[in-house]
Design a binder for this molecule. Structure first.
Ligand code: SAH
Length: 225
C-alpha cells in the first residue's frame, strides 16, 4: 500500500505499536493455520484491519474472526481472506476483479500485493462509506463500482483473477466468461454453508474445478440495494 505524506501522518495517528504487535501475532497464527505465501503473510502484518471496522470493535480486529460491518454485512475472518487470496495466487501487476467490496479490507490486501484491483459492491451505504475510507487511507483500486457483481465488468475484462467474497448458490456463469485463459476464479458456493471453489480457465471452452472445504459467508444477492 502506498501512502502520501499526509496519509502517512494520519495512519501514524490511527495506527500504533499495540495494533502492529497484534497484527504480527495474527500473521503468525495464520502461518500456523497453513498460509504459506510470504507476501500474503506480509499483507496481513501490514494492512491495519482495525481501521476497516467500527471503532467500537477495534480491540477485536486482530482476533481471527469475522466481525459485523454496516448493513448487516461482515468483514471476513482474516484466515478466510488469506486463504482465498492464497488460492487466487495473484501476481503483482495482474488484473483482479473482486465481488463484494464490503469494508474494503480484502481490496486493500489485493492492493498491497500490487495487483490492479477492480471491485464491485451492491450495497449503497457500504459503497459510500468504503469510498470515503479508501480516500482517507489512500487505497487505490483501479475501479470501485456500485453495482451487481453477478454482471462483472465486461468493459474491463478479461481478468487474471476473480475473487468472490459472498456466498453464491451456483457458479456465476457470466463471470466465468470474463476470465482470461489461465485465469482463476475463487468463489464460495452454497446456500447455508459454502464450499470454497477454485475454477481455472484452461482453454476458451474448458474449466478445471477444485474444492477446498466448507466456509460461511453472507449471501451474494442479485441486483443493487
Ligand atoms: N470483502 C469484504 C467482505 C464483505 S461481505 C470485506 O473484506 O469486508 C460480502 C459483501 O458482498 C457485502 O458487502 C455484500 O453487500 C456484497 N455483495 C453481496 N452480493 C453482491 C453482489 N451481487 N454484487 C456485489 N456485491 C455483493
Amino acid at each position: 500500500m502506498e501512502f502520501s505524506t499526509i496519509n502517512l501522518i494520519l495512519v501514524n495517528v490511527e495506527d500504533n505499536f499495540k495494533f502492529h504487535g497484534r497484527r504480527r501475532l495474527l500473521a503468525l497464527e495464520l502461518k500456523k493455520k497453513g498460509i504459506v505465501n510470504k507476501q500474503i503473510i506480509k499483507s496481513i502484518e501490514s494492512v491495519p484491519r482495525h481501521l476497516f471496522v467500527d471503532p467500537g470493535l477495534s480491540e477485536q480486529a486482530y482476533v481471527d474472526k469475522a466481525l459485523p460491518i454496516e448493513s448487516n454485512q461482515t468483514i471476513s475472518q482474516p484466515y478466510t481472506v488469506a486463504f482465498q487470496t492464497q488460492l487466487l495466487n495473484p501476481v503483482s501487476g495482474e488484473k483482479i476483479l473482486e465481488i463484494g467490496t464490503g469494508s474494503g479490507y480484502q481490496t486493500s490486501i489485493l492492493c498491497f500485493l500490487k495487483t490492479d484491483v477492480y471491485t464491485i459492491e451492491r450495497n449503497h451505504n457500504l459503497f459510500r462509506s468504503t469510498t470515503k475510507l479508501f480516500n482517507r487511507l489512500n487505497i487505490n483500486p483501479v475501479r470501485f463500482k456500485y453495482g451487481d457483481g453477478y454482471k462483472g465488468l465486461i468493459d474491463d475484462s478479461p481478468f487474471d483473477g476473480i475473487l468472490i467474497t459472498a456466498g453464491s448458490q451456483n457458479v456465476p456463469e457470466d463471470l466465468l466468461k470474463q476470465l482470461k485463459v489461465g485465469g482463476r476464479m475463487v468463489v464460495p458456493i452454497g446456500k447455508k454453508i459454502q464450499v470454497m471453489t477454485k475454477i481455472t480457465r484452461i482453454s476458451i471452452n474448458d474449466f478445471k474445478k477444485e474444492t477446498f472445504g466448507n466456509f460461511k459467508f453472507v449471501p451474494m444477492l442479485k441486483e443493487k440495494d
